[in-house]
Design a protein around this ligand. Sequence first.
Ligand SMILES: [Zn+2]
Length: 446
Amino acid sequence: MASLEDPVEAARKVLAEHPLCDSCLGRLFGLAGYGFTNAERGRALKTLLLMKAYDVVRGLVDREVAISLARTGFKPAEDLLQKLGVERPERQACYICGGLMERVSELAAMCVEAGKEYEHETFQVGCRVPEDISEREEKLWLAFQLSASESIKSEITREVGKLVQSATGKRYSLKDPDVVFVIDVGAWSVSVISRPVYIYGRYRKLVRGLPQNPWLRPPDPRVAYQSSIEELVTGPLVRLYKAESAKLHAAGREDVDVRTLGNGRPFVVEIRNPKVRNVDLKLAQDAVNRAAQGLVEVELLYPVSGKLVPKLKAYAEIARKTYVAVVKLSQSVDPSKVEALEKALSGAVVSQRTPSRILGRKPDKVRKKVVYSVKARLLSPDTLELTITCQGGLYVKELLHGDGGRTKPSVAEILGVDVEVKELDIVWIEEPAAIASFARRSENAS
Ligand SMILES: [Zn+2]
């Protein structure tokens, strides 16, 4: 425990073996005292050592200590040796950092320069230090039983942070910073990681045959377009935010042949590594809608926390939805049967086994979902239009045609005919109230 009891004595022992710069010496006792930089600590220790080594009144001269101090470049020790007529030793590079700590302001200037490209209010500094530097430092902690030392990595990040803050006026923040400057000491380089911007919005899909993600392409017979909702929404945003990429996180998905109309489907778009953080959302919305040329229409509502993303899927499961379907019946039915159908299904609990069309991809299980209301009208004796409001996660196509008895009850079962789905649209999706609690007042609010 030499370090806490007598840092001066510990410093004498260390310096007798290894030359250290002020910062690296001070850092060995970095957790002792408060309100000093490590360079100040190191300078103070060297000053005290020299005071103890040279005492005119008691006629004391400890040349060894003076020499160990002089070789670190400590000027008063060099002057003393000159006065005593002793040959001054060569200055030696710091054993731990090799002179790195004198160049911390260069690293800070590199961060300031790299940060100019990124719109930000808050920042944090990260640092990778070559292993040999950390190893030498840790070796000293062990060899001299030092228990109040700080690591070089933590000193560099803190000191660079102070310098960048005073040079730019941006705020150092450990919580959710807009950008992180990552210093690679070995490569002598700085890279910037910018926190994603998340925008909450809703999309309307105005055509059939457009997939949500770019995975599906023609010649898949269900797909009629070369593009996807994701590409149409993210393309203009990547350009406006000068971002690396963007990802669409939607609250569920409609089948390729289903349109989503009405108030649209909730989504969060994640804009990754943006250089611009604050874009007028009305402007961004117009840019997306212009580029989407009537295939998709978005409303970009407000910035949100990224924590909303993992919740979206769960929200999709609980959000109520209203569908409008047009189905072809294998036989004509009379209007009284249609009335009975409305009564039978409104308020019904539907039991669905995993639809046969996705059975290979999803495990076979039974789920129970509520149908809140059904309105039906005959467009012709064998063509029926239905408006169905149901619980999120209900497979509506299967509710219509019954999926060979895997969904019960179903429209086909109640009418006693075969049902072919001709058109299906989502016309309303409930917005769970909790979504609003993820809003960020402005992009830079933390
Ligand atoms: Zn050093």
